[in-house]
Design a protein around this ligand. Structure first.
Ligand SMILES: [Fe+2]
Ligand SMILES: [Fe+2]
Length: 337
């Protein structure tokens, strides 16, 4: 079983019950990267020429991303890792936690390099109403996992586990982050902030695996606990996702009070709704919004499978040199699932 209280037999990697988690761990290790491999100097010239509204958008993105990475780690450490029995899942989550720390350091690196008022940027997530709403949405679930009495052996405890994963993994990592990535990469589409774009690509590559892991975790949990699979709980999950979309749409209105070249809140919010439908589909549920993808140029970069394949072409330089050819071949095969 995936969920429950651990016993000594859970401290062994073999026999492996969840090979997909071990495969994702190996893939994540090969994706290892470091923020300072990217020089941001050229981007500074671009930034100097940007309009106030464009700078405002960059500032808001960084203000959200930086603490969000640490909040995801809190959710994993306190609300996911302790309730899992699987050693393979623990391995993967240990690597994911390092990656979230690395993302936080990457955004910190951007904040230190760009001419931004760091104190002002750091304060935004505690003063801007839409950012407070986003954090409250996540922290409500994390608190349930940690501060209240939670018995993972009960159906209600297992539902809380799924609720937290839906909020932090599906909504925050799988919808909010993707909308932020799309905005950041739209600058590169216009030949601006190209190095920041490369850094975002690497973050996105990690996040696509985080999402793959989270979806698999939810699906396996539901499969092993049929009592959870009811129309009421499905509706509750859909409502959590819709609620997450609503707070993101409010955030985007504050991020784009007037819109910038090629982008405005309506455009980004349609993308948010499109991504929410994708996540619902990946969870085996009906689409809710039924809107087209306004940012078709992102389609290769946001498709989990395509993304991994796409990056493999340029990823070779970052593969762990200790990986054998067999392991690499196996990893490639796994990404074709
Ligand atoms: Fe992250
Ligand atoms: Fe993540």
């Amino acid at each position: 079983m995936l969920l429950g209280r651990t016993d000594p037999s859970d401290y062994n990697l073999y026999p492996s019950q969840y090979p997909w988690a071990y495969d994702l761990y190996n893939q994540a290790v090969r994706n290892t990267w470091f923020p300072h491999e990217i020089a941001l100097k050229e981007d500074l010239d671009d930034f100097a020429k940007m309009t106030d509204d464009e700078k405002h958008a960059v500032e808001y993105l960084l203000a959200f991303f930086n603490p969000a990475e640490l909040i995801v780690n809190r959710s994993i450490a306190l609300g996911v890792y302790p309730y899992l029995k699987s050693a393979e899942c623990h391995l993967y989550l240990a690597k994911q936690m390092w990656e979230e720390a690395n993302h936080c350091v990457a955004f910190e690196y951007v904040l230190q390099t760009f001419p931004l008022d760091r104190e002002k940027v750091f304060a935004l997530h505690t003063t801007v109403p839409s950012m407070i709403a986003k954090e409250n949405y996540i922290m409500e679930a994390v608190r349930t996992m940690t501060e209240d009495e939670l018995d993972i052996t009960t159906d209600e405890g297992k539902k809380d586990f799924v609720r937290n994963l839906v909020k932090t993994n599906i909504v925050a990592e799988g919808i909010w982050f993707y909308s932020g990535f799309m905005i950041a990469l739209s600058f590169r589409q216009r030949n601006q902030l190209r190095n920041l774009g490369s850094l975002i690509n690497w973050v996105l590559r990690d996040e696509s695996l985080h999402l793959k892991f989270g979806i698999q975790l939810i699906l396996n949990t539901l499969e092993e606990n049929p009592a959870l699979v009811t129309p009421e709980f499905a509706l509750e999950i859909q409502n959590l996702i819709v609620q997450g979309v609503t707070v993101e749409m409010d955030f985007n209105k504050e991020l784009f009070p007037r819109g910038i070249l090629g982008l405005n809140a309506d455009y980004v919010n349609q993308y948010v709704q499109h991504m929410a439908d994708r996540r619902l589909t990946e969870l085996g549920m009906e689409k809710y919004y039924n809107v087209s993808n306004p940012a078709k140029w992102m389609s290769t970069a946001t498709d989990v499978t395509e993304l991994v394949n796409f990056f493999e072409q340029q990823n070779t330089a970052y593969e762990n040199p200790s990986a054998t050819d067999d392991e690499v071949a196996k990893q490639r095969k796994n990404t074709e699932l």
